[in-house]
Design a protein around this ligand. Structure first.
Ligand code: 5GP
Length: 331
């Protein structure tokens, strides 16, 4: 991770100091990094006697509901009545390369009110009054752990759990090369606060609903390998979801199976999206850049983990993505 410039640090502090009602948000359909970090930031802002609220587009997935304070997150896509009738005078946006990624939360961002933009995506458009964008950071969880150190904000156990979750999940359980010696130094501080890392890992990865396991079985029965096993595509159709009695959150983690094969270098989970179209999750090993592939279809992400939505049928999307991944390999 890069050293945080003194000017950016001072600007972050002064914008928070001058605010009364702070909106904290992240990309739609939040994950461990966006939700864990948002909760930690809310704790910091509240500690300064400011009112702080986390709004996101989409529910908190089941596997993150153990995080302290997650029940206070308002899902604006289903329950905007929970949003207080106040004008937020500062927005802190996490993990959003552009403001559209916040989904309907954008409606609560007052025009002209300042935004602190904290992100680790290379394609961040710099939409904030303050832009702290560091693509060398594994996660915004790592950035905020470091920020708290610079601000001398003590990280207590609940917060450490949120930030550890953020880093753990965005590095694919410390699997991606984005987990650097710096990452582990930050994580060491979080672990030293006394968190139970086995329990956190169990809650996130080993507490799946039976419906999710059943869905995984159906999805794996359709696994498709190409290029002598170097490309793996797993489809999930509406029918499979119905057959497994699965809900949206039950697809979580299934994409990781694309990289379980011994020779796989590029993987894709291609699934019918409940809101229409087809959601594509891409994974890669080493230097293969799936963010570039996702960007071609209007999506984004990181070198080894990216995603996009295609406006087509599942069959067509599967073929399009498979042939695009083969092209990446030069085939
Ligand atoms: P996942 O496959 O786990 O949903 O997402 C992997 C990464 O790709 C995350 O960093 C996520 O923010 C990004 N990503 C996933 N879907 C989209 C999308 O539709 N648009 C953009 N811009 N990024 C996405």
């Amino acid at each position: 991770m890069k050293h945080l410039d003194e000017k950016i640090l001072a600007d972050i502090q002064s914008l928070i100091k001058d605010a009364e009602n702070v909106l904290i948000t992240a990309h739609r359909d939040g994950d461990g990094d966006s939700i864990g970090t948002a909760l930690a930031v809310r704790d910091y802002v509240s500690s300064l006697d400011k009112s702080a609220m986390v709004l996101q587009h989409g529910p908190v997935p089941n596997y993150l509901r153990f995080l302290a304070g997650s029940d206070g997150i308002a899902d604006v896509s289903s329950d905007s009545a929970r949003v207080p009738d106040v004008a937020f005078d500062l927005t802190i946006a996490l993990e959003c390369p552009n403001l559209e990624r916040t989904g309907d939360v954008v409606k609560f961002i007052a025009p002209g009110a300042p935004i602190i933009n904290i992100d680790h995506h290379t394609d961040n458009t710099g939409y904030g009054r303050v832009n702290w964008v560091d693509a060398s950071a594994s996660s915004v969880g790592e950035m905020v752990t470091y920020l708290f150190g610079r601000l001398n904000f003590p990280i207590e156990q609940d917060n450490a759990e949120c930030l550890y979750t953020a880093i753990l999940t965005d590095t694919g359980r410390f699997h991606y090369p984005s987990a650097t010696p710096d990452t582990f130094r930050h994580v060491a501080k979080l672990v030293a606060s006394g968190i139970d890392i086995q329990q956190i890992c169990d809650r996130i990865y080993f507490s799946r609903r039976p419906q999710s396991i059943k869905l995984t079985g159906l999805a794996l029965s359709q696994v498709d390998y190409a290029a002598d096993g170097r490309v793996c595509v797993i489809p999930i159709s509406h029918e499979m979801m119905k057959q497994a009695h699965a809900a949206n959150g039950d697809t979580e983690g299934i994409v990781e199976y694309t990289l379980y094969g011994e020779k796989v270098e590029l993987g894709a989970l291609v699934r019918d999206n409940s809101e229409g179209g087809v959601k594509v999750s891409l994974r890669s090993r080493g230097a293969w850049d799936v963010a570039r592939v996702a960007a071609e279809f209007g999506g984004g992400g990181h070198l080894n983990a990216a995603g996009c939505i295609l406006d087509s049928t599942l069959e067509a999307a599967t073929e399009i993505i498979k042939s695009r991944l083969l092209k990446v390999l030069g085939q």
